[in-house]
Ligand binder design. Structure first.
Ligand SMILES: [Zn+2]
Ligand SMILES: [Zn+2]
Length: 438
């Protein structure tokens, strides 16, 4: 008896060692038996934005096979897969499906050799150079586990295969197709992006905005043309445009509160035809990034004021002030719901362990179109990150080895197994918490 009690005590005291997710065994098995091959298939067969026909077809087949009711062609090639499983909230999980016009040079045995005719009629190499193959494989992995374990949750699960994240109109096209009216509006929404800059096996949760909002602004400066040798008889739009470029920089450095973030980049400046002609026109193309609607309005208003003010200073009359136009297609920032993000962090900590949760290091202002789903109407959501590069690769890079390739590079690579397994596991833990069995 004493021996049994001792053995029991040893077992109990050992438990924290095995406190890692009880899901991990299931997901590991499914990766070995199914998901690994599926990732391989998706990686070898990428498709360009708005042309994700075979990807959507395969995704549909995979999810129908485990009991989801799938509707295709939502907002183009998008799919919506529904599983009703009793009372409880509706939770949406989104994965983007598109590859990029990049010819893969990763040297991996399963590198893509696919080519497609792009939107301008050019034959281009196509590659999953942003890791969306990990997202769709994980969506299937999540769907398979949730379907096989319906006794462990209660509610409605909505899985979305979204087209054209890279090109922009995917999520907004699904919204324009009245997705919530057709399938119901989710109570919560989840998505993740795998990152080559993140350590494989880690989950990154931001309590603020993991992705910025993006606006495209065009400024046309109307000068007065003249001979290059007679500047006094014209108004040089090259000089005015140059001053506008410099004056725009002070909006970020001098007008924006230091703890607010924003970017104004003039990506293109075109004017003139010849050395000795003062042109009558200059065109500037800007990208403007912000993390919330307040800063967005501040930046856009300031850009117009600076453009007009600079032109006035140059002596241009009121009817010749620059045209400043903001493109109607604007990305809202991807803002995580703070409370939900804190809850999700707790779930990852409790279920996957302290070593799994990592602080995000979002230094840039990249944009995403997930915000179209969650901004208007507002849906509490969390967009998290999953690492895709083994820790030893970062070590090697630090010690003079090859640099870790960035997203959209022909050398881009993700180590699929830890990325898919972590993505699936984290998503399922979040879903189980949001849709507990009743
Ligand atoms: Zn991308
Ligand atoms: Zn991406």
């Amino acid at each position: 008896m004493k021996l049994i009690i001792t053995a029991l005590l040893i077992l109990l005291s050992c438990q924290p060692l095995f406190a890692a997710s009880d899901l991990s065994g299931d997901i590991e098995n499914d990766y070995d038996q199914h998901l690994g091959d599926l990732w391989d298939h998706f990686h070898r067969n990428p498709e360009l934005s708005l042309m994700e026909f075979k990807t959507a077809e395969r995704l549909t087949k995979e999810l129908e096979a485990v009991g989801f009711k799938v509707t295709e062609k939502i907002g183009g090639t998008g799919i919506v897969a529904m599983m009703e499983n009793g009372k409880g909230p509706m939770v949406m999980v989104r994965a983007d499906m598109d590859g990029l016009p990049v010819t893969e040079k990763s040297g991996l045995p399963n590198a893509s050799t696919a080519t497609m005719t792009d939107w301008d009629g050019n034959e281009v190499g196509v590659m999953h150079a942003c890791g969306h193959d990990v997202h769709i494989t994980s969506l299937v992995g999540t769907g398979r586990w949730m379907s096989a374990n319906k006794n462990k949750w209660s509610g409605t699960l909505m899985l979305i295969g979204q087209p054209a994240e890279e090109k922009g109109p995917g999520a907004s096209a699904m919204m324009d197709d009245n997705i919530w009216q057709k399938f119901g509006q989710p109570d919560y929404a989840l998505a993740f992006h795998v990152g080559s800059t993140g350590v494989a096996g880690k989950v990154y949760v931001d309590e603020g905005s993991p992705y910025a909002g993006a606006d495209t602004v065009d400024i046309t400066v109307h000068g007065i043309g003249a001979h290059g040798a007679y500047p006094h008889s014209g108004k040089d739009p090259v000089v005015i445009a140059s001053q506008i470029v410099l004056n725009l920089q002070t909006i970020i450095s001098r007008e924006l509160a230091p703890r607010d973030a924003g970017v104004i980049t003039v990506g293109a400046l075109h004017s003139g035809t010849k050395h000795n002609i003062i042109s009558d026109r200059a065109e500037l193309q800007l990208t403007v990034r912000s993390l919330n609607p307040r800063v967005r309005t501040q930046l856009l208003d300031a850009i117009e004021r600076v453009a007009h003010g600079t032109a006035r200073t140059a002596g241009l009359p009121e009817d010749k002030l620059p045209d400043v136009s903001v493109s109607e297609f604007s990305y809202p920032p991807t803002q995580n719901d703070k409370k939900l993000a804190q809850r999700v962090k707790r779930i990852v900590l409790d279920k996957m362990g302290e070593d799994t949760l990592a602080e995000p290091d979002n230094l840039g202002m990249g944009a995403e179109d997930f915000g179209f789903f969650t901004t208007d109407p507002y849906i509490p959501s969390v967009y998290f990150g999953v690492g895709g590069t083994p820790a030893e690769d970062f070590e090697k890079a630090k010690n003079g080895g090859p640099a870790v390739p960035s997203h959209h590079s022909p050398l881009f690579k993700i180590t699929p197994e830890p990325a898919v397994r972590t993505g699936v596991e984290a998503t399922i833990h979040m879903l189980m918490d949001l849709m507990p069995a009743s």
